[in-house]
Ligand binder design. Structure first.
Ligand SMILES: CSCCC(=O)C(=O)COP(=O)(O)O
Ligand SMILES: [Zn+2]
Length: 206
């Protein structure tokens, strides 16, 4: 097996396990969500469009170039591939990207009319990039949903460097990334925990 095949096989296993974990938490209902991993040679391993992320098979992971074009003709990558490519392009440290559609991210982003949610006073916010204290306020930008993913990506571009917890697409879901899959998963779990806390507090009228 060549070195690049080994990297792809390892990334594929990480993507399959991440899909199972996200499914177990209820964050990728039906065929929602997508998952990717940057390979050392610059290719991006990403889920095929339309697969259930809890039941991914190795053949459901394919590779695209930095512009989101599949290396193998006929392969159909995630409909949101350009958002993954954008993160890898804008953040050279990013090695894994996770996108989910949790109840909390969907409901909160539809209730909240301002352009961001703010996470403050929670110990868990230290899971995010550069965060060392609960005393900080971590903004999570909210972008309007758009079926034109290239146009949506343009709206996100100016925010890179200011999104330690990722971002949310209104009525749609979260995007989170990290240097590797464990880091991205930890950030997703941290963000989803905090969104669930915010939702509980809203229900309590706080
Ligand atoms: C049924 S969810 C609608 C599409 C979506 O938002 C998503 O995350 C999954 O799309 P993909 O093409 O990656 O399967
Ligand atoms: Zn989606």
């Amino acid at each position: 097996m060549s070195e690049s095949m080994t990297d792809f096989a390892r990334a594929t296993q990480e993507i399959l396990l991440a899909g199972q974990r996200m499914d177990a938490r209820g964050w990728v209902p039906a065929t929602a969500g997508n998952i990717s991993r940057r390979l050392p040679d610059g290719r991006i391993a990403i889920t095929r469009s339309g697969c259930h992320k809890g039941f991914l098979k190795a053949e459901d992971v394919i590779t695209v170039n930095g512009g989101g074009i599949a290396h193998r003709p006929g392969d159909k990558p995630s409909a949101e591939t350009l958002l993954h490519c954008q993160i890898y392009q804008q953040d050279p440290t990013a090695g894994a990207v996770l996108h989910g559609h949790s109840v909390a991210s969907t409901v909160l982003s539809m209730i909240e009319k301002s352009p961001a949610l703010h996470l403050a006073d929670y110990e868990v916010q230290k899971v995010f990039e550069g965060q060392t204290t609960h005393e900080a306020s971590v903004p999570v930008p909210l972008f309007e949903n758009d079926q034109d993913i290239a146009r949506l990506a343009q709206k996100v571009t100016p925010f890179f460097g200011t999104m330690p917890a990722g971002y949310i697409i209104r009525g749609h879901g979260v995007y989170v990334w990290g240097k590797d899959m464990p880091t991205a998963l930890a950030r997703l779990e941290g963000l989803e925990f905090l969104l669930a806390c915010l939702l509980e507090r809203r229900k309590l009228g706080q």
